[in-house]
Write a protein that binds this ligand. Sequence first.
Ligand SMILES: Cc1ncc(COP(=O)(O)O)c(C=O)c1O
Length: 381
Amino acid sequence: MSIPPVLAEAVSPRNRAAKSEKQQQIAPSNVLETIEQHVLLDGFKIVVDLDKSRGSYLHNAVDDGRLIDLYGFFGSMPVGFNHPHFDEPQVRRDLLRAAKVKIANSDIYSVGYSEFVATFERVVGLPPLERYLFIEGGALAVENCLKAAMDWKVRKNMAAGHGERGTQVLHFRHAFHGRSGYTMSLTNTDPRKTDLFAKFDWPRVSCPCIDLSLPESKREADVIEREEKAEREIRDFISQREIDICAIIIEPIQGEGGDNHFRGEWLQKLRQICDENDILLIFDEVQCGMGATGRNWCCEHFDVVPDLLAFGKKAQVCGVMAGPRIDEVKDNAFRLPSRLNSTWGHGALHTLFAHHRGGTSCGKRRKSRRIFFGSTARVAT
Ligand SMILES: Cc1ncc(COP(=O)(O)O)c(C=O)c1O
C-alpha cells in the first residue's frame, strides 16, 4: 500500500537529513544553553551521558567526570544505569517495539500490557488490593485515589439520602502528594509549589512523626503524646465535618516533607479510625514504595493495608491499587467505565516491568531484587 501523498510530502528526506545533522551537532557544552532558550533551567547543571553512566555512577558529559548518584532522578530509578539485562537482544527488541508507538493502553489492549499486569500482580501485588489503575505521573495516581474515594463516599451519602456530599480529604502537615489540581490542596511543604493556585479547604492535622533528634529513651513517649494530639485533631474534624470526609491520606514515610517516619501503631490507628467512620484510608507510596524500604511496599513493615495505595516513580509507571472496601459501592469508579481514565493510561515503560519475568516479590528472592530493585536495595540494606 502506498503512503498518501499528503503524508509523504510533509517533510522531504533532504530536510529531515539536514535537521537530524543539526541536532547531532549539539555538543555537551552547549546543551544547557540550548535548553535554556525555551525552557526554565532550574535543574542540576550537568549533562548526563546515558551511554557511559554505569550502575550507581552518573557520567557527566560536560567534564567527563563520574558522580555517585545518590539522587536517582527524584528517587525514581529502579535499577542502576545500563544494567546488562538491557543488552539482551530480546529485551532490546521489546523495548524498541514499545517505544515506537505510544498506544492508548486503556483502550487498545496488547500482549505487552497483559504481561505487565500479570507481572505486576506476581512481583509486587498486595492482596487484597486487587483492582488496578495505571496512569502517567505520581500526582495523577494520588489524584485518582482521591477521585475514587470521593465517588465512593458521595454515592454512599446519596444512597442514604444525604445528598451529594463527601469530597473532603483529611491529610497531614508537611505532606507532599504532588502538584496537580486536587493534590495541591494536600501538599504543604514548600509554599512556592502551591501558593496562588486554587485550593480546597480540606482538614489538615499535625504530623506525629518520630523525632529522631531526641535521645532514644525519650522518643517513644514524645511520639505517643503527639500521636494522641493528632488523633484528637482528626476526631474533632470528623465530628465537625462528619460525612463530608471521604478519605485520610498519608505517606507511610514522608519524603519531601523531611524524611519523616511514623510508628506502625500510628498507621494502625488511622486504619481503625477509617473503619469506624466509613472513611477510606489512602497510602501514598509514590516515593517510599516499590522496594525502597526493603519490602515491596512500606506498609508491609507495619501490618496495615490501606483501601487505596498510590505508587509511581521506581515502578516506571504510576497508578492505584484498590481493595475490597471500594466494592461496598457497586458502581464504584473502578467498575463503571469512564470515571477514571486518560489517553495513555501509562506509557511504554511498563515493558521494563514486564521484563522482570523470572523473579518473585522483592522480599522473597534476593536475586530478583538485585535485578529489579538494584539501586534502592543497596540503599535500604
Ligand atoms: C509521596 C509523593 N507523592 C506524589 C508525588 C508526585 O509524583 P510525580 O512527580 O510523579 O507527579 C511525589 C513526587 O515526588 C511524592 O514524593
